[in-house]
Structure formats: C-alpha cells, structure tokens
Write a protein that binds this ligand. Structure first.
Ligand code: NCD
Ligand code: ZN
Length: 347
C-alpha cells in the first residue's frame, strides 16, 4: 500500500496557547485536521463562556485564509464553577466539554479542583444536560510515585465518580497505562479516552536512557513498555471508546531545556503522520481512520467530516525546530524520519 485515504481527522485534545503563539499553533492544527477540542488552561484559565468566546474569536482570527477548520471550546472546572456556568456553556453552542484538572497536576493547573466533592452539584447538572467532563486523571498526593498517579487516580477518584454519575459523559484524557485501558474498556459506554502520539510511539526508556530528553517530557509522564503496548493495542483495536487527542502542548525550547523543564510535547508539525507511524509499526493502518476520524465525533454526537486526506508512503524528515510566536520550540520526534506524509488532494 503506497497511499492511504481517510476521512479528514479531528483532534479531541489540543493546547493552542494565546497571543503571538496562535499564528503558529492554529495554522499547524488546521493543516490536516477539521476540528480541535481546545483546552482551557491558559494563564489565567478560561472559567466562563465569555472568556471562552473571546478566546475563540482570537483563534478564528489566526486561521489561515480560506480555512474551514473549527475550534471546539472547553471550560476549566474550578471549585467555584456553578450550575449557571454550565447553563451558559450549553446555551452558547460553542462549548463542548468542561475540563477537570486536579489542582497542581500539570501545566497551568493551579486553579484546578482541590476536592472533587466540591464539584458534585455541577457534575450532576452536567450529567442532566449531557455536557461532557474531560479529565486529567492523575492524583497530586506527594506520597504517590509519579509513575503510579494515573492508576491511583482511577482507583481513588474515577471509579467512585463513574458510579456516582453513571450517565455523565467522561473522557479520560491522554491515557498512559494498562490500568486506564482496562478501566475504559470495562466501563459503561459513557466513558471514553484519548491517546496521544507520544504515548503510542515512546516509553520511559526513550525519555531517560542515554540522557534525559526534555522534549519527551509530558504529563502524564511516559510509562514502561508494557503500558505503551497496551495503548497501541487499544488504539488499533477498533474499540470506539479510544480516539485521537494529540495533547500537543507547545513550550519554548528554553522553557523545556531548563533545570526545571516544562511538561508538554508539541506534535502538530506532523500529528497525523506520527499516528500513522505508530499504526504502521503495529501493522494496523487499516484501523487509523476509525481512531482518527470517526470515533471521537461519534462519541461527542457531532457529524463525521466528509472531506478526506491522503497519506503517501514517502519518507521525510520532521523539522528540528518550529516557530512559537517570537520564540522557537523543538517538536516531538524532531529531525527524525517518518514513513508517511500527507499529500495534496488531486483536484
Ligand atoms: C499540558 C500543557 O502544557 O498545557 N502539558 C502536558 O504535559 N500534557 C497540560 C496537560 O494536558 O497536562
Ligand atoms: Zn493536555
């Protein structure tokens, strides 16, 4: 097989940042994808519909000319989010989910939820209205080892939460472990998960053996090989609960290559190509379209895209650096070969 044509994909988890970064992040995101679920962890975070609407306008203004790409907005859940905030989000028709960050779990999560119980009323209301909850699933307990934080979150918080709100649509974002895969498979149809390209292509050996690779550092952190294998199996299985969410999260090269480097990998220089690489390695390219272009839209109750993109088996080298506003960043798999490349559609 030399070419692969699939329905134009969507990204169900993306960080675009704001200000000067938008010109770069939006044009990359809009190149091959139709829509993106835009994360609200700006500084300060987007906690209400007015803020999300304002941010959406900035994003739309940064779209390349003629682009039909659409940002799907989210709100940032805090201890103070109200049922009225959820009503306004639903009424706006521009908000597609509310993101739960445990306070302190990751980049720009200081205003996150301090105690899940404080959000029960709001979650109840979201369940009633069908507003999805997108979860960063890691505990922040300093006594829990960083490699165990997702599995402990599932035991301590997510399992009871899913029981308490059985109809609430919950997306466990950027899953990284066998435990998460099992949890999602075994739970009700209201629970789904996104998977990033870095967690499919790499494990913690890539991060730490032979020197620390700050550009592979993201949260939840890469886990051991058996977990990577579980994620590959889930993504390529055709199970509709697993779909594409890059978690592409730009940080400048200086902020990553530091004594205290930021968490986040940038992947929209080659997002669909990175997934194609992972699926090809698993000999499962025929499963890419469902994962990348169908299952997420179906889960969120949105129409599937009607356009297509075509990938060609044509080795190419990814860039060493990308622009990020006035700065530069080192993208995922920088300067390395990829086997598949998107080619222009024949007119
Ligand atoms: C994300 C970021 O930089 O905004 N970082 C990351 O490591 N994934 C935040 C997040 O999704 O956790
Ligand atoms: Zn993220």
């Amino acid at each position: 097989m030399d070419t692969l044509t699939i329905t134009r994909p969507d990204d169900w988890h993306l960080h675009l940042r704001n200000g000067a970064a938008l010109d770069n992040t939006v044009s990359d995101a809009a190149r091959n994808f139709a829509r993106a679920m835009v994360m609200p962890n700006l500084a300060p975070p987007l906690v209400n519909t007015d803020q999300a609407s304002n941010y959406r306008e900035q994003i739309l203004a940064a779209r390349p000319q003629g682009s039909a790409w659409q940002p799907l907005m989210t709100l940032y859940l805090t201890d103070n989010t109200t049922a009225q905030d959820v009503d306004a989000a639903v009424d706006s028709s521009i908000i597609y989910g509310i993101k739960y960050y445990p306070a302190g779990a990751t980049t720009n999560s200081a205003s996150g939820v301090t105690d899940i119980k404080k959000t029960y009323k709001v979650l109840e209301h979201m369940q009633t209205l069908g507003m999805p909850l997108q979860i960063h699933g890691e505990v922040t307990d300093p006594n829990i080892d960083i490699f165990d934080r997702e599995a402990v979150f599932i035991d301590r918080l997510l399992t009871p939460l899913a029981k308490r709100f059985p109809e609430l649509k919950i997306i466990l974002e950027h899953v990284t472990t066998q435990e998460a895969v099992t949890f999602v498979i075994e739970s009700s149809p209201s629970i789904a998960a996104t998977i990033t390209p870095q967690h499919l292509l790499f494990n913690r050996n890539h991060l730490l053996v032979g020197g620390i690779r700050p550009h592979l550092y993201c949260l939840p952190v890469l886990k051991r090989d058996i977990h990577q294998q579980a994620l590959i199996k889930a993504a390529t299985s055709g199970n509709t609960k697993f779909f594409l969410g890059t978690d592409s999260a730009p940080h400048s090269q200086t902020n990553k290559e530091s004594a205290c480097g930021c968490a986040g990998c940038y992947s929209h220089h080659a997002a669909i190509e990175l997934y194609a690489e992972a699926f090809d390695q698993a000999d499962a390219l025929n499963m890419l379209e469902g994962f990348a272009s169908h299952f997420g839209a179906d889960y969120y109750g949105l129409p599937r895209n009607t356009e297509t993109i075509t990938l060609s088996q044509k080795a190419w080298q990814t860039p060493n650096i990308c622009q990020l506003g006035g700065e530069v960043l080192t993208p995922l798999h920088a300067g390395q070969q990829l086997r598949w490349q998107v080619i222009e559609e024949e007119q």
